[in-house]
Design a protein around this ligand. Sequence first.
Ligand code: GLY
Length: 364
Amino acid sequence: MKNIKNMAIKIQSTNYEIEIGSILTSSFYDLITNRYQNRKKIIMVDENTHDCCLEFLITTYDSLSEAEVILIPEGEENKVMEVCLQIWSALSEFNISRRDLVINLGGGIITDMGGVIASLYKRGVNFVNIPTSLLAMVDASVGGKTGVNLDHFKNQLGVFSNPIAVFVDPSFLSTLPLSEVKNGFAEMLKHGLIADKNHWDVLKCMLPSEDIFGEKIISESILIKNQIVLSDEKEKNERKKLNFGHTVGHAIETYFMSSENTIKHGHAVAIGMLAESYLSNYKKLLSDNELKEIETTICQHFEIPDLAQVDSNVLFEIMSNDKKNFDSKIQCTLLKEIGVSLIHQEISFVEVNLSLEYLKSLKH
Ligand code: GLY
C-alpha cells in the first residue's frame, strides 16, 4: 500500500486498482479524459447521488458534461432484472457500444446492479465504481461481485465481474445519515473479527455518530477484504470468511424484507454476527470473554430487532436456500477467536433456534 502525500492511497486488486482519497488527486481524470476520450460515458445514480454527488462530478470534469445519466430508483425492491431490462433498452437507444464506459456512482445497490448491467450488456462494457456510502466503500464496490435480487432472495442473480477501477473518496460520506454509516461500520467490524484483531481493536473504540471515517481506517478495512479476495476470487474457500454474520443475518434481512420493519443490510449482518459468535462459543471455538466483548461492542451500536414473532422454520428455510450451502447442509463461517475465522462450519436447525433464543435474550 502506497501513501503519497495528497495522493490517493492505492491498493492493487486482481486486475484493477482501488484508489482511496480525494477523487481530484486520483487517476479518474486521466481515465475519462485520455483513455476514454471520445467514448460515451454513462453515469448510474440513485435519487440521493443524483441530488448530492452528480453535479460535482459533471461540473468538475468537462469530459462528463455530455454523459448520459441513468437514474435507478432506490430500494431493494428495484434491484431486480425488470429494472435492468429497462436500462438495457435505454443503453441501446443511446447507442452505447462495448468500447464506452459505465460509471457507477452510488451505494451498494448501484455498484451491484450497475455491475450486472455493464457486464451483460453486449457481453460486457467496462465500468468503474465510485462508491458513495461506507458500505459500498468497504465492501460492495470491491471484489467483483455484482448482483440483483430474485423473488425474495438477495443477489440471487449476478456474475463475478471486476470494475476497471474503484475510486473511494471519503468526502462523499459527509452527508451520509448515521444509519447508513452504521451500515458500513458493521462490515468493517466483520473484517476485524474474521481476519485482523488490530482492526477490531481500533473499531471497537470508535463511535459512528462522532468519529470521522477517513482514508486510513477505510483503506485498512478494504485491505483486509482485498487480501481475502486475492487469495480466492471466486469464493471456493477463503473468501467464504467474508460471509461471517451473513447466514443468520441474510435470513433475518430477508424475513423482514416483506414486512414494514425492513432492516438494513449492515444492521442484519451485525445481528447475524452476534448469532454466529454465539454459535462459535456454543461449539467451543470462541471463548466466553471474546463472546462478551463482541456482544458489548455490537449491542452498543445496533438494536436487537423484535424477534418474538419470528418463525424459526421460515428462517431455516431461507438459510437452506443460501448460495453458500453445500450438499443441502447449512454452512457458515464461525470464529475461533477474534481475528481468526473458520469456514465450512455446519449448523443444524436446533442450533439456529438456540441462536435466536440468544438474540431474544439480548433484547431489553
Ligand atoms: N460481501 C462479501 C464478498 O464480497 O465476498
